[in-house]
Design a protein around this ligand. Structure first.
Ligand SMILES: *Cc1c(COP(=O)(O)O)cnc(C)c1O
Length: 363
């Protein structure tokens, strides 16, 4: 079937990336499938990652976690960002592990129905959630008390790296936090700090478990211009639209809203049925790359809500031809990194922001 908008996800690539990253890490791995699997589809990605050897799943909140359970996924799941009013009881009943960042949150988890499995979070320097060093003393002491009383189990202690030159300092602060937890009697089974970049770049950050996000999807976590193939990773998603109209125009023809582009010579224009409503960044106007029938072209003029134009010069295309925006550059198509550069963002955002009109297909 010809789809107007298709994100084709290669689950074999997901599996291969998981295996590569687990081999690098040498410790168990959590497949992070928040935000609908970074736009790839949380359930199929989760299943592929678990089949490939991941033993945990990570999502951001309980809504995402419960959706995985509803889809029949029984693997351990951790969730770490909670609505201040969250009722934790359904999550505990569904066997979802809870990231806990503060004392009030810990009390609410302990007061919820059932015995929760928690992962206490220390802020080692990212400046987001997690207890700071001072609050950490109180948090672990109270958690140890609640654990002894049978109200909850402290299964993990975790933190998250900033990807800064201070990552080494964060690793040290994490070690210090583990010592403080041990002093009050906690013996967490899982200490985890590294996401994809830490897994690849900081052996000291791997501890008992690594949390694999962007690398599992086959994209370079460092966003530094290196192809992900350098890390043995293969981009899993290929985003494609279709040519929906073709026309021959004269030189100096204005293209799309505001005429920010004019043809340099008589040219063929192809209209593609994807736009910013689909998450195609408007900042990619005038320059972001596409591939049609194996040849590269650039977006001409402004990307609109539902469509954009490509200048084919003297080439021709048929209505219905497939237009690849990005995929695995090893197959000759542009990469998500090129779109990120064109739009002034990072590969994470390019894949994650894709909208619901784009059909996800799997092979
Ligand atoms: C998103 C996220 C990850 C995964 O990060 P990647 O850089 O995509 O590998 C890991 N841990 C936490 C806490 C996250 O929020």
């Amino acid at each position: 079937m010809k789809l107007l908008r298709e994100a084709r996800v290669d689950l074999g690539a997901i599996a291969s990336n998981v295996q590569t990253l687990l081999a690098t890490a040498g410790v168990p791995g959590m497949a992070v499938v928040k935000a609908d699997g970074y736009g790839h589809g949380a359930v199929p990605v989760a299943q592929a990652a678990l089949d490939a050897g991941a033993t945990w799943l990570g999502v951001v909140d309980l809504v995402e976690a419960l959706a995985l359970r509803e889809a029949g996924i029984t693997a351990p799941i951790l969730t770490w960002l909670h609505d201040p009013a969250t009722d934790f009881s359904p999550g505990i009943a569904a066997g979802i592990d809870l990231g806990v960042s503060s004392l009030p949150q810990l009390e609410r988890v302990a007061a919820a129905e059932g015995r929760a499995f928690v992962h206490l979070k220390i802020d080692t320097g990212l400046g987001r959630n997690g207890a700071d060093a001072e609050q950490w003393q109180l948090l672990v002491r109270r958690a140890a008390e609640l654990e002894r009383a049978g109200a909850l189990v402290v299964r993990g202690i975790f933190s998250h790296l900033a990807g800064s030159p201070d990552d080494g300092l964060q690793v040290q602060r994490f070690r210090d936090a583990l010592v403080v937890a041990e002093e009050v009697g906690l013996r967490p089974e899982l200490r985890h700090l590294a996401a994809s970049a830490g897994t690849i770049g900081i052996p000291d950050a791997r501890f008992d478990l690594v949390r694999l996000g962007i690398g599992m999807y086959g994209l370079n976590p460092f966003c530094d211009g290196r192809p992900s193939a350098e890390f043995g990773l293969r981009p899993a998603m290929e985003l494609a639209g279709r040519v929906v109209a073709v026309k021959r125009v004269a030189a100096s023809t204005g293209v799309s809203y505001g005429y920010t582009y004019r043809t340099a010579k008589p040219s063929t224009l192809a209209l593609v049925g994807l736009g910013y409503a689909d998450g195609i960044p408007r900042h990619g106007s005038n320059g972001a790359p596409v591939s049609i029938n194996g040849t590269r072209y650039a977006v001409a003029g402004r990307i609109a809500m539902d469509q954009f134009v490509v200048d084919l010069g003297d080439d021709f295309a048929e209505v219905g031809d497939r237009v690849v925006l990005f995929g695995d550059p090893a197959t000759g198509v542009p990469s998500a990194d090129e779109w990120a550069d064109a739009a002034g963002t990072i590969n994470y955002e390019i894949v994650t922001r894709l909208g619901s009109r784009i059909r996800r297909t799997y092979r």
